[in-house]
Design a protein. Structure first.
Length: 181
């Protein structure tokens, strides 16, 4: 459907930029299968759960940050070498999707934390918010700015993850400062 409105070439650029910017985050999918059951195991001891969550945040950031920074620094050579110079037109989109993905390595554990505590509605509501927000902000921005609008909208919507952390923190007294050390 999107290709009928934008054209196959532009949809391809969006898909490529989103895919490339997501590679560092994809490395965490294996970890997600480990930390969700771990959070559930410690759900009755909020102090231990907070420490566990802080360590997961540290681990996810330690894994994704170097990969993401390397990808950001070498996006042009990677694009030329692996995909071809014709994809360089999509690199401005990549930058916005890359910035949006800065929230994902820490948002995924927060979603798992809330799920492990039985607060499944909160992550579901955020998923709906992310979807609806991307459409409600993305559609007018795409009309006014072209395909760059959808990438910017995606980045703007990811700021809602700050509220996700605030909600998670109400249930478990974690400290992000501890996770950074």
């Amino acid at each position: 459907q999107g290709s009928a409105l934008l054209g196959a070439c532009l949809v391809g650029y969006i898909s490529w930029a989103l895919m490339l910017s997501s590679y560092p985050v994809m490395t965490l999918m294996v970890l997600k299968r480990i930390y969700l059951p771990t959070f559930a195991h410690f759900q009755n001891d909020r102090g231990v759960l907070a420490t566990c969550f802080e360590r997961v945040i540290w681990l996810t950031t330690s894994v994704t940050a170097p990969l993401a920074v390397a990808l950001l620094l070498f996006v042009y050579p990677i694009t030329d070498l692996v995909f071809g110079a014709k994809w360089e037109s999509a690199i401005p989109l990549f930058y916005w999707f890359w910035a949006a993905n800065a929230f994902v390595p820490t948002a995924n554990p927060a979603v798992s934390l809330l799920n492990s505590l039985g607060h499944v509605r909160v992550p579901t509501m955020f998923a709906l918010l992310w979807m609806a927000g991307t459409w409600m902000i993305g559609w007018p921005m795409t009309v006014s700015m072209g395909i760059l609008g959808i990438a910017i909208a995606n980045c703007v919507v990811q700021f809602t993850n700050l509220f996700l952390f605030r909600i998670a923190r109400k249930h478990v007294p974690f400290r992000i400062a501890n996770a950074a050390l």
